[in-house]
Write a protein that binds this ligand. Structure first.
Ligand code: ACO
Length: 429
């Protein structure tokens, strides 16, 4: 049955033959425009979790889960990870085109100008327990930035919107790195203008005040790739959260802190930590068949972490890039991580297993990212914070897009009410 016929069948049975329009994007499935559903037919659409709902129009990122395709502004993620730098990608996401040299220079200068946190922000850090989770600190500190940039911020003005967006991208490396240095009791460091974005993050994370930090170009490039791969993924939970918060006209720093809160959940940003725990638990290649058998057992809640994806029913294209990068970094650092061997063998065995083939379960981006981040020296607790650092360019791009969409008002989902019908307060009570 074609889309039109389906909608006609549903709607027109008792309501005449009026149909709901079908909208076509540049690529991907068509969408039924149900905006008139309630006013015209007194009907709501029921779609908890938004699995069949396009919540907005967007021209930033395209995902084809069946084919394993991810495009930022039309460019395949593999090409961007190979050829571009994170700031170019951030510019692309925000403004729609790759920057010319002069545009990239202006962006770099702005990042340098805004990269240092206001010194008063440091007192917020000191308010946290030193062992607080970096994501808890990030939610607080980014939200608190709204207190610094609110009174004079007019989000109706495009140049001020761009300034706020660049400020956020600029400050995130120092915010994330300071979460870590505060936690281990080392003095925080500032960005250094001569370094690129990723190198700066590494020097703020791992540099010591006592000596000059030597950037390892292989690690800086790997860092850049991680940031590029995680920069955006269309209307995922955290991006949708940012958009919903932003739809009321809220302060952009407060909006991004809602995205960080959503990302923190284990079902979203925390899976790579779970993959490491699983690989450690497996411990040896010879134990893989046991783990696979457990993952297939319906009476066991055990799942292969880093396998499967809500949208990708094929290889997550980011997983291939991360796997290659993890091998390069381990080789460069002359590290022999047995977890990588277990992961690669696990992938091989699972991909030949009927259970995983039938259900289209492939490795996702998290399968190798934990191994890579750990090899680079990051503690597990920083994994999601790094995801948040990367995703900030995506979040601000969606925030900018939403502010410029005059047809999109405040988000206000409805519900299927299943509570008590009307009843009255007892007279004798
Ligand atoms: N291991 C074993 N079986 C699995 C796995 C897995 N990792 N994932 C899905 N399945 C099975 C389910 O048991 C189910 O089997 P059934 O049809 O016999 O009942 C079938 O595959 C479909 O599973 P769903 O949960 O409906 O698949 P969905 O696409 O909704 O879930 C999800 C996707 C949540 C990511 C799931 O694959 C999973 O839990 N994976 C492990 C956790 C993980 O890696 N999360 C990171 C996702 S990537 C990211 O967020 C950046």
């Amino acid at each position: 049955m074609s889309n039109n016929k389906f909608i006609n069948a549903v709607i027109s049975e008792e309501q005449g033959d009026e149909s709901l329009p079908i909208l076509r994007g540049t690529m991907g499935p068509e969408a039924v425009d149900i905006r008139a559903l309630y006013s015209r037919y007194d009907l709501l659409a029921f779609d908890p979790g938004f699995r069949s709902t396009a919540s907005c129009k967007s021209s930033i990122t395209y995902v084809d889960g069946d084919k394993g395709v991810l495009l930022y502004r039309g460019y395949p993620i593999e090409e961007l990870a190979e050829k571009a730098h994170y700031l170019e990608v951030a510019y692309l996401l925000m403004f729609g085109e790759l920057p010319e040299d002069d545009e990239l220079n202006v962006m770099r200068e702005s990042i340098n100008q805004y990269g240092i946190l206001h010194e008063q922000v440091m007192s917020f850090y000191r308010g946290f327990r030193r062992d607080a989770h970096p994501m808890a600190v990030m939610v607080g500190v980014v939200g608190a930035l709204s207190a610094f940039y609110h009174d004079h911020l007019n989000i109706g003005d495009r140049s001020q919107r761009i300034q706020a967006a660049i400020r956020l991208v600029a400050k995130m490396p120092m915010i994330a790195a300071t979460c870590y240095t505060y936690n281990i009791g080392r003095p925080h460091r500032y960005p250094v203008n001569k370094l690129d974005y990723s190198s700066n993050f590494l020097q703020m994370m791992f540099g010591s005040p006592a000596e000059e930090y030597q950037v390892d170009p292989v690690l800086a490039r790997a860092m850049d790739k991680i940031l590029i791969l995680h920069a955006d993924h269309e209307q995922n939970a955290s991006t949708s959260t940012v958009r919903i918060a932003a739809s009321s006209g809220a302060n952009p720093f407060a909006c991004i802190s809602t995205g960080i809160a959503s990302l923190w959940g284990p079902a979203h940003g925390g899976a790579n930590e779970a993959v490491l725990r699983m690989l450690e638990e497996i411990g040896d290649v010879k134990n893989i068949p046991k783990a696979i058998a457990r993952a297939k057992d319906k009476d066991d809640s055990y799942r292969l972490m880093g396998f499967g994806h809500r949208v990708y029913k094929n290889f997550d294209p980011r997983a291939k890039v991360i796997q290659k990068s993890a091998k390069e970094v381990l080789e460069h650092l002359q590290l022999d991580d047995p977890l990588l061997d277990i992961a690669m063998r696990l992938e091989e065995i699972a991909l030949e297993d009927e259970y995983f083939i039938e259900r289209k379960l492939y490795p996702n981006v998290d399968f190798y990212s934990g191994i890579l981040l750990r090899a680079m020296g990051f503690p597990d607790s920083m994994f999601t914070a790094i995801f948040a650092l990367a995703r900030t360019s995506g979040w601000v791009s969606h925030w900018l897009e939403l502010q410029e969409d005059s047809t999109h008002g405040i988000d206000r989902p409805r519900q299927l009410y299943v509570g008590k019908p009307l009843r009255h307060f007892p007279k004798d009570r």
